[in-house]
Design a protein around this ligand. Structure first.
Ligand code: GUN
Length: 249
């Protein structure tokens, strides 16, 4: 963790708490916001070398002029439990994933838990970030859905949202999607975690009307977020197993 971003602090604390609960040994390294790129890269290189470290996670965003891409690329791909290294992104794109990015994995796990079939269905993903929108659109595509990816340049979101049997919202704009756009019977996964002026949290979806229309819907907070942490722990377990040449059972 570099710097003091309050939201990042909360996320890192949550991850640490779950790791502890599962009995993983973990260490949080708090670095000053003015750390140099060289020192940060040197620390990652050291953690790459330490045998007993199975997973490395650099919380994003990095403050100031730090080059996040270079830092993510410096992580040993075998320890890249966030699945942000270009090698792991490439394997995912080819359909041969070693890890799956945690939020995308969380969405797929929730859909599986609900028993929502994907093959032949229409999926709309709003947002194309490398952390959420892009990987989840790849996974939905591989699962046989017809995927539409919308983003800030999409002139008219409404028809794409209305057509979606599976709707993934990863825009980061509070209450941006009206509930009345949700297709009756749709499965809705809201990844947005937005802080309102009164301090409360809300998603990208305006839940009014959506609750009556959707067959399945995740709440904010408490929906995709906790599952994302569970998937991080799964990736860490997979990394540890692979590094010890053990097949996880
Ligand atoms: N910042 C926002 N989401 C994430 C995440 O999944 N991993 C890391 N490392 N940083 C983030």
């Amino acid at each position: 963790m570099v710097g003091t971003d309050p939201a990042s602090r909360i996320y890192v604390e949550r991850k640490a708490r779950v790791a502890e609960r599962l009995g993983f040994a973990h260490r949080q390294v708090d670095l000053p916001p003015d750390i140099s790129q060289e020192r940060l890269l040197a620390l990652v290189a050291e953690l790459n070398r330490v045998q007993k470290v199975d997973g490395i996670l650099v919380q994003l965003p990095l403050p100031g002029d730090l080059d996040g891409d270079a830092v993510l690329e410096a992580i040993d791909p075998a320890k890249d439990v966030d699945c942000f290294h270009p090698l792991n992104t490439g394997l995912l794109t080819l359909g041969r994933p070693r890890f799956v990015p945690c939020t995308a994995a969380a969405i797929m796990a929730i859909l599986e838990h609900w028993g929502v079939g994907l093959s032949g269905r229409s999926a709309t993903v709003v947002g194309r970030s490398p952390i959420v929108g892009r990987p989840v659109s790849l996974l939905l595509d591989r699962a046989g859905a017809t995927v539409t990816v919308c983003h800030s340049r999409t002139p008219d979101l409404e028809p794409h949202v209305r057509a979606a049997d599976i709707l993934v919202l990863a825009l980061g704009r509070p209450l941006a999607i009206p509930g009345r756009w949700v297709k009756p019977g749709a499965a809705v996964l809201d990844v947005g975690i937005n802080r309102m002026p009164d301090g409360s949290l809300c998603g990208d979806l305006d839940y009014g009307h959506a609750m009556d229309r959707a067959a399945y819907i995740t709440p904010v907070p408490g929906g995709v977020g906790p599952m994302t942490i569970a998937m991080l722990m799964r990736n860490t377990f997979l990394a540890a197993s692979a590094r010890q040449n053990v097949t996880p059972g």
